[in-house]
Design a protein around this ligand. Structure first.
Ligand code: NDP
Length: 281
């Protein structure tokens, strides 16, 4: 039976460490969150982030712009936040309304304040294994593996999903840590052929209980990024059939209580790091 990688507990520990770091080093982290429009899910995410910031001692400022905000208005605000020395981190909440170009918006955020790691400069730095702000979910995945002493170097890591915010940065992080990385996606033929090779299997596809026990080998370490709402209920399940896969895995993350809490925690870590860098410059 698999050992559970407890993201909730690990998050609590890391958030405590971050809080101590902010106090000890007399840091003044301040996050500016920009939301355009009225997306209800985004509002909940922002509330959760605000609470996490508050617990750690990170000042939090919200910029709520109306749905009909123009691209120029959005970019003007981002540029103003870039210049504001009190603001050490900027987060642009996605999705943006359709008339706005999110790529240009991310490009405009100062890479030094880009705590989500979505600016192409940071993405490029990750690619060449340089110091960078990295997307929070893949960072959380690596942190979980490290905290549970799962060896990455020399292992075969199979990543299912290649999105810009999860799959792709994760592929790079694993590669930088000397895993042999196999990338799979919706056009992959015979997925099972690859998943069966995995020493470490990470699923980020958004399909409930898609990965079953027969698709993995004995002893595999499974990280389930997926968050899927069971139709007609409030129940959340991952991409992995937890019960079935647990019988063969050596480690597994639950959903909820696995990667989810780690994502916000890694955001907090990035915000504290940005504040540290801004103090030292
Ligand atoms: P995207 O929809 O952007 O990407 C999904 C990826 O999965 C794509 O690369 C797609 O392939 C691939 N895919 C889809 N179906 C299959 C399949 N049957 N077999 C193999 N690959 C497949 O999603 P995200 O990366 O944003 O998120 C993925 C999941 O992770 C979602 O459930 C999301 O809710 C969750 N998530 C959880 C977070 C957390 O904090 N725990 C944070 C972010 C996301 P292709 O490229 O070919 O289309």
């Amino acid at each position: 039976m698999a050992e559970i990688i407890d993201g909730k507990m690990l998050s609590k520990k890391i958030r405590e460490q971050l809080k101590n770091e902010v106090e000890k080093e007399n840091l003044h982290p301040k996050l500016a969150v920009v939301l355009v429009g009225n997306d209800e899910a985004s509002k909940i995410y922002i509330k959760n982030k605000s609470k996490a910031c508050n617990d750690i001692g990170i000042a939090f400022e919200e910029y709520l712009l109306p749905e009909d905000t123009s691209m120029d208005e959005l970019l003007d605000l981002i540029k103003k936040l870039n210049k504001n020395e009190e603001i050490t981190g900027i987060l642009l909440q996605s999705p943006l309304p359709k008339h706005l170009d999110i790529k240009i918006a991310f490009e405009t955020i100062d890479p030094k304040k880009d705590v989500d790691g979505f600016n192409p400069i940071n993405i490029g730095r990750l690619e060449i294994n340089d110091k960078a702000f990295v997307s929070c979910t893949p960072m959380g995945v690596i942190k979980m593996l490290e905290e549970y002493n799962v060896e990455i170097e020399g292992k075969t890591a199979v990543v299912i999903g290649r999105s810009n915010i999860v799959g792709k940065p994760l592929i790079q992080l694993l590669l930088n840590k000397n895993a042999t990385v196999i990338v799979t996606h919706s056009k992959t033929k015979d997925l099972e052929k690859y998943t069966k090779q995995a020493d470490i299997l990470v699923s980020a596809i958004g399909k409930p209980k898609y990965i079953t026990g027969k698709m993995v080998k004995e002893g595999v370490v499974v990280i389930d990024v997926g968050i899927n709402r069971v139709e007609g209920s409030k129940v959340i399940v991952g991409d992995v059939d937890y019960k079935d896969v647990s019988k063969k895995a050596s480690y597994i993350t639950p959903v909820p209580g696995g990667v989810g809490p780690m994502t916000i925690t890694m955001l907090m870590a990035n915000i504290v790091e940005a504040a540290k860098q801004s103090k030292n410059n």
